[in-house]
Design a protein around this ligand. Structure first.
Ligand code: SF4
Ligand code: SF4
Length: 374
């Protein structure tokens, strides 16, 4: 049974966040149990896109500062390593660091940001298969990894937490190949589990002070949850967070598939009680409850997926969605994206990377009717 530490924290003031992260580390035995003098420690945030921390789509810089400062206090050398969504080159990476508040944080606390784009092949051997993946070399060059995810919904996977965050270990546009090769959601979830088992973080910390509900992972609404959560086990951490947010694990692709693979989702909470932090009205993307509708309509519902739709008056015609669509099924018509829904694999990369939150997910009409308009 893996320990999962929960510490309450209601805002992003650096010192408050530092104390909450420290409380979590102490509940897990102290950071110095893991970080020794002279160790290089990678911090892997969620910097999905170049967006201000106030958008709550990315790990807040105060959380990264709290982790980095404590690594330094243990005698370690932190390095922030990330491959955001979209292209992977130095100017884009630097622009993302800047927009996400990482550049200012780095200067204030002397926590360096990686700009080495080199990658390294790594063989995945799981109970499912053996194959080669390409991983960010600076991550693997470090002695250990601290995975610093953000508490958010996800249009495709329902929830993105510790496990999904390590998808950022794959360099830039190479991520698109995963979407194309694993357009089936269960298959994609299994890819994410495989990656997590190859690029294994020693510690997982989640920024759940202000999470994101609804149209996550980038176009949703901020939701005050008021917690930092940490564990050595990313599956247990995500499992606890599903229980905090009352998300059905059987409908959440990563945990459902992890359980089917025999990966334990059990946990022992240390710190505050689960009941103290439960959020009963957290909005998740459309979930079909098992057995909710039976027969042929039930089958239709289970196989149905939402589709991306553009809100034309919000779209600025930047073409980021078109340039990052793995299925190449977006064309620009009169300066706005036009979707070929027959070719669309419903990966929602377009929604994820739209800087204006101009793409939303829309349920098929039949599904709306069958699920009572929800
Ligand atoms: S929908 Fe978003 S990403 Fe696509 S062109 Fe419009 S603003 Fe850009
Ligand atoms: S249109 Fe959007 S959801 Fe469809 S394949 Fe392209 S990026 Fe994915």
């Amino acid at each position: 049974m893996s320990k999962v530490a929960i510490a309450k924290c209601n805002d992003y003031q650096d010192e408050k966040v530092y104390q909450a992260v420290k409380e979590c580390f102490d509940l897990l035995g102290g950071l110095n149990k893991f970080v020794k003098k002279g160790m290089k420690v990678a911090i892997k945030p969620n910097l999905l896109m170049a967006k201000s921390p106030d958008g709550h789509a990315t790990t807040h810089p105060s959380v990264i500062a709290a982790i980095g400062r404590q690594i330094i206090e243990c005698g370690g050398a932190p390095l922030v390593v990330e491959s955001p969504g979209g292209p992977y080159f130095v100017t884009y990476l630097k622009a993302t660091y800047k927009a996400c508040g990482m550049t200012a944080m780095s200067k204030k606390y002397n926590i360096p940001l990686n700009t080495d784009l080199s990658t390294i092949p790594k063989v995945i051997k799981t109970e499912r298969n053996t194959r080669k993946i390409t991983v960010l070399k600076p991550l693997l060059d470090c002695d250990l990894i601290i995975n610093a995810s953000k508490m958010k919904t996800h249009a495709m996977m329902i929830f993105t937490g510790a496990i999904k965050n390590m998808f950022g270990a794959i360099a830039g546009t190479e991520k698109a190949a995963y979407h194309i090769n694993s357009s089936d959601y269960d298959k994609f979830a299994n890819d994410l589990i495989d990656i997590f088992q190859v690029v294994v973080p020693t510690l997982n910390v989640m920024d759940g002070i202000i999470g994101m509900e609804g149209e996550g992972p980038s176009a949703g609404d901020p939701k005050q949850v008021g917690v930092i959560v940490a564990s050595t086990n990313g599956f247990s951490l995500d499992s606890v967070v599903h229980d905090i947010l009352l998300i059905d694990k059987e409908q959440s692709y990563i945990l459902k598939n992890a359980k089917q693979r025999g990966i334990s989702l059990d946990y022992e909470i240390v710190g505050c009680d689960l009941e103290e932090v439960i959020i009963s009205d957290f909005k998740v993307p459309f979930q079909r409850k098992k057995g909710e509708v039976k027969g042929i309509f039930g089958k239709i519902m289970n196989n149905s997926k939402s589709k991306p739709v553009v809100i034309k008056n919000k779209c600025i015609g930047c073409e980021i969605c078109k340039d990052n669509c793995p299925a190449l099924c977006i064309t620009m018509v009169d300066g706005k994206p036009n979707f070929d829904y027959d070719a669309c694999i419903r990966c929602f990369c377009c929604q994820e990377l739209c800087p204006e939150s101009a793409i939303i997910t829309k349920k098929p009409l039949l599904i709306k009717l069958l699920s009572g308009g929800r």
